[in-house]
Each structure stands twice: as C-alpha cells, then as structure tokens.
Design a protein around this ligand. Structure first.
Ligand SMILES: CC(C)(COP(=O)(O)OP(=O)(O)OC[C@H]1O[C@@H](n2cnc3c(N)ncnc32)[C@H](O)[C@@H]1OP(=O)(O)O)[C@@H](O)C(=O)NCCC(=O)NCCS
Length: 181
C-alpha cells in the first residue's frame, strides 16, 4: 500500500514519509545540544521516536505532516521540514505552521529553505491554505533567516504559552506568508 500524503522532490531533496531507518540518525540529531539549543532539552531516544511517529502520523490523520528529508545525491536522512497545526493559543485558531530541523552537518547549504519552499507549495496548492505561519524563539535567528528567505514577514512577538515564564526561550516571534495571488 502506498502511504497517504504526497512525496515531494526538489532539486536536491526528497520530502517523504518516515522509515524505520530514519530513527537512528533522527535520534542522534535530537541528542545534539547545538541542534536543540532553542528547545528545552535534547531528546532521549524514546522521545525522538515518539516525535517521528507524530511527524509522520499527521499525514494519516490530517493529510499533512512533517516530511523526512533525504538527500537525493546520497540517500542520507538529514532532518525534517513540513506542516503542523500551530500550538493552541498561538496565532489564528486552526492555523498551520511550517517548521524545520536539520542535522548539524547539513546546515549552511540552503536545504531548509529548499524544503520549506516545497512545503509551502503543497500548503497553498494541494491543501489550499490561505496563509501559513512559522514560530520560533526570538533568540533563534537562523530559523528566522529561513523564514525571511522564503518570503515570510514578521507579524507578532508573543510569550509562548507552553514555555515556563522564567525561560530565555519564552519570547517568540510569529512570521506569516499568504497564498500567492
Ligand atoms: C533552523 C535551521 C534549519 C537553519 O539551517 P540553515 O542551514 O541555516 O538554513 P538553510 O538550510 O536555509 O541554509 C541557509 C544557509 O546556507 C547557505 N546556502 C548555501 N547554498 C544555498 C542555497 N543553494 N540556497 C540557499 N542558501 C544556501 C546560505 O547562505 C545560508 O548560510 P548562512 O547561514 O551562513 O547565511 C538549522 O539551524 C536547524 O536545524 N536548527 C535547529 C532546529 C531549529 O532550531 N529549528 C527551528 C525551530 S523553530
């Protein structure tokens, strides 16, 4: 049976459903303190596997999710990019966000930007969404640079309701992009 949800291809990447073989490199990436600098803590193997299941599960339950990213040239798993519901209490009710996380060796090559553009094409094309948001900690300037590169504009600063008040990660920003006319 073909898994539900589109597989997308870009110049250098395949955005696809998750495989068992992704779990080990995904756990290594989620255990990397640099990758996880703007999250509360690195993930354990169990937490990482659960995140992969949630990332993939969205394709079955909602018709959209976070794709596993594979380098076309080598077949390597390099991280994820995709679409997810905004957290409750953030942005418009029922809003969708685009997000990304790459293993450290694959930063600096434009892969997140390339994958995010494909994810937006899917959001505005197949899914017919009117707008897509992206949120991150104010401190996470690399993520905001991806947002700007894909044409998003900063719309608000807010305190993330799920991050503890004393945390340096609580101040967040939300960027948006509208469906092209
Ligand atoms: C956020 C994250 C995905 C950004 O990765 P990134 O490599 O900076 O972003 P891109 O893949 O778009 O690559 C852009 C960089 O590649 C360079 N680049 C090289 N070739 C490129 C190309 N063909 N197209 C675009 N950029 C290219 C750009 O100049 C830029 O370099 P710079 O950062 O030195 O200015 C990465 O830092 C990450 O995974 N962080 C941890 C997880 C995280 O914080 N996720 C977001 C949470 S909300």
């Amino acid at each position: 049976m073909t898994p539900r949800g589109p597989q997308l291809e870009t110049e250098r990447l395949v955005l696809r459903r998750w495989r068992e073989l992704d779990l080990e490199p995904f756990a290594a990436m989620n255990a990397d303190a640099e990758v996880m600098e703007f999250f509360p803590a690195p993930l354990t193997r169990v937490q990482s596997d659960a995140l992969a299941a949630r990332a993939d599960g969205g394709f079955e339950t909602r018709g959209f999710g976070l794709w596993a990213l594979e380098l076309r040239a080598t077949g390597e798993f390099i991280g994820f990019t995709g679409l997810a519901p905004l957290p409750e209490g953030v942005g418009p009710t029922g809003g969708v966000e685009v997000g990304w996380r790459l293993a450290r060796p694959f930063w600096g090559a434009g892969y997140a930007t390339e994958a995010a553009r494909a994810a937006l094409d899917s959001a505005f094309g197949t899914l017919g969404l009117a707008e897509v948001s992206s949120i991150t900690a104010v401190l996470n300037v690399r993520s905001q640079a991806v947002m700007r590169r894909i044409g998003m504009r900063e719309i608000e600063s807010f305190e993330h309701p799920r991050v503890p008040e004393a945390s340096r990660l609580r101040p967040h920003v939300r960027f948006v992009i509208d469906r092209p006319v």
